[in-house]
Design a protein around this ligand. Structure first.
Ligand code: NA7
Length: 542
């Protein structure tokens, strides 16, 4: 049997995180790196989620890498909010431009990540039966990369075609003239429903929880605006990194309750018309923390939905009432609600009448039978922790990550784990991650890992590990910050409640990107406060 290959660092995944990690560690630091990617090419989320209508909800000029000035100047987005094919094209361009693929093994899934106490090295097993060894692991395995398993029986018996939004085929799917059933009305469901409704003979949407979807406001790139933005790109990136969500918005007002109804309406109208996440993050500062303030936004959106849907019974079903606005991820849409004015579309409330099973010809709810030829599951992901827990990660003394996290994630800064040295999570649980513009969040975390590795090198050290104390304090802080918001009161994937049996814990650090970045910087400036830095137990080959 051949000797395992050894590397300075193994990178898991070749999406936004893996691509940048390869570039940073290999090209800027001169490390010997290898990335393993389950897909056949780069792209991560944007490789797998190719369903019709898949689109980014943050403006592309912002939802893109900032690390290379030439790249951000030269790349041109065709739309304000790029669709999945264009984002994938962009990531392929970046991979070509920085010659990333020569360091990536595609079609290779990581099946185990095991720390060896003797050598202070990680052993990484892959699904082709090989083992590779590395000093450091950078996990770019993604936040929304493990689709949730169907909760109803019978999917295997369904006689027609079955598609999962999170693992969509590469070949186009033809819905023309077909009867289609879609389960799920989250961000993916709302995007795919809008597209399928254009072609299907009949579309049945199974909705459990209506969502507060608001207009995305997409349009072809305005070249004058683009030129102006590119001229100020460094300034814009700086403003983004100093904003809660990582976007350069600056119109937020202090409180929805401090203004007259008329003024409030004006603010909401302006944000509604501007599109994107402006209504959620650039209207009033207390929307996520004060239920009364939130109610004003929720009522505004409910009324807007009702204006757009002709049948009052359907409109009522589409108007969310069981959770405050934005406590579940608010989807963005184009003509979503108008779909329900079409004769070929039916909305089925599966909260009132849950799906009992998928049958060979469709679905059975507690109320009746529905027939269709194609089933689309837009039922979401085992978010944030799922990708990490799927890799059989074992730390010091053989401790299994699933045991350590049996009551929810425990991390320091959402990027390191006590007992799991030299392992860096990119946008891990308890970091701002999905509530921070992801490419910027990714760059920050990769840079944090790279700086830590460089710091070890400079001081002739080899191991960095979060202390238990620092981790406990971070978990407590992260939970306290979450408790001060409205998020823990709702069921959502942010809280892990979309997966039966998953601990109810807020998976996102809600202190906002600027606070988080400040804390990280202070920790680094204080010589990596909360970390133990040491030499390897036995000096190894690396
Ligand atoms: P989400 O947001 O988790 O949405 C999943 C949807 O599927 C949601 O409407 C769920 O209803 C529904 N669902 C899940 N399980 C069931 C069952 N058993 N019966 C009926 N309906 C069900 O996932 P998405 O893929 O849309 O979005 C994930 C993120 O990707 C998104 O937030 C963006 O950040 C990008 P529920 O709300 O749980 O009642």
């Amino acid at each position: 049997m051949s000797q395992p290959q050894t590397y300075d660092a193994i990178i898991i995944g070749a999406g936004f995180a893996g691509i940048y990690a390869v570039h940073k560690l290999r090209d800027e630091m001169g490390l010997n790196v290898r990335a393993f990617e389950a897909g056949s090419n780069v792209g991560g989320t944007w490789f797998w989620n190719r369903y019709p209508g898949a689109r980014c909800d943050i403006e592309s000029v912002h939802y893109s890498y900032s690390f290379d000035e030439d790249l951000q100047q030269e790349w041109q987005w065709s739309e304000k909010f790029a669709g999945q094919p264009e984002i994938l094209k962009y990531l392929n361009h970046v991979a070509d431009r920085f010659d990333i693929r020569r360091s990536v093994e595609f079609n290779t899934r990581v099946t185990s990540v095991v720390w060896d106490d003797e050598s202070s090295l990680w052993q990484v097993g892959t699904d082709d039966g090989r083992t590779a060894i590395a000093r450091f692991i950078i996990s770019g395995a993604g936040n929304l990369s493990v689709p949730k398993k169907p909760e109803f029986s019978g999917v295997d018996d369904f006689a027609g075609e079955v598609y999962l939004t999170g693992n969509w085929p590469h070949e186009p799917v033809d819905f023309k003239g077909k009867r289609v059933g879609v389960i799920g009305t989250g961000a993916s469901g709302i995007q795919v429903i809008t597209e399928i409704a254009k072609d299907a003979a009949q579309l049945t949407v199974f909705q459990r929880t209506p969502n507060f979807a608001t207009p995305i406001g997409n349009h072809p790139t305005d070249l004058v605006e683009e030129a102006e933005q590119k001229e100020r790109y460094p300034e814009i990136r700086d403003a983004s990194r100093n904003h809660f969500l990582g976007v350069p918005y600056n119109q937020v007002q202090p409180s929805a309750l401090a203004v007259s109804e008329q003024e409030r309406r004006k603010v909401f109208d302006e944000r509604w018309n501007a599109g994107g996440f402006r209504l959620f993050i650039d209207s009033f500062q207390d929307i996520l923390v004060d239920k009364k303030a939130n109610d004003t936004a929720a009522e505004y959106i409910r009324n807007r939905i009702k204006e757009r849907v002709k049948d009052p019974v359907t409109a009522e079903k589409l108007a969310p009432k069981d959770h405050p606005y934005a406590t579940k991820r608010p989807p963005l849409e184009t003509n979503y609600y108008e779909v329900y004015n079409q004769d070929n579309v039916e909305l089925v409330d599966v909260k009132a009448h849950p799906i009992e099973r998928i049958t060979p010809t469709g679905a059975r709810t507690s109320e009746g039978e529905y027939e269709f030829d194609v089933l689309v599951l837009a039922t979401g992901f085992d978010a944030m922790t799922g990708p990490l827990l799927s890799m059989n990660i074992r730390g010091k003394g053989g401790q299994r990550l699933e045991d350590k996290w049996s009551d929810g994630p425990h991390t320091y800064l959402g990027t390191t784990i006590s007992g799991f040295p030299n392992l860096f999570l990119i946008t891990g649980p308890q970091s701002p991650s999905v509530l921070y513009n992801m490419p910027l969040a990714i760059e920050d975390h990769v840079d944090f890992a790279a700086d830590a590795i460089a710091h070890l090198h400079t001081h002739d050290l080899h191991v960095i590990e979060a202390t238990e104390d620092a981790e406990d304090n971070w978990v407590q802080h992260s939970n306290e910050v979450a408790e001060a918001t409205l998020l823990p009161g709702a069921n959502s994937w942010y809280m892990g409640t979309n997966i039966p049996g998953k601990p109810r814990k807020c998976l996102v650090y809600l202190g906002g990107a600027p606070t988080y970045r400040k804390i990280c910087q202070e920790i680094v400036d204080e010589g990596y406060r909360g970390f133990d830095l040491s030499a390897a137990r036995k000096f190894s080959v690396l």
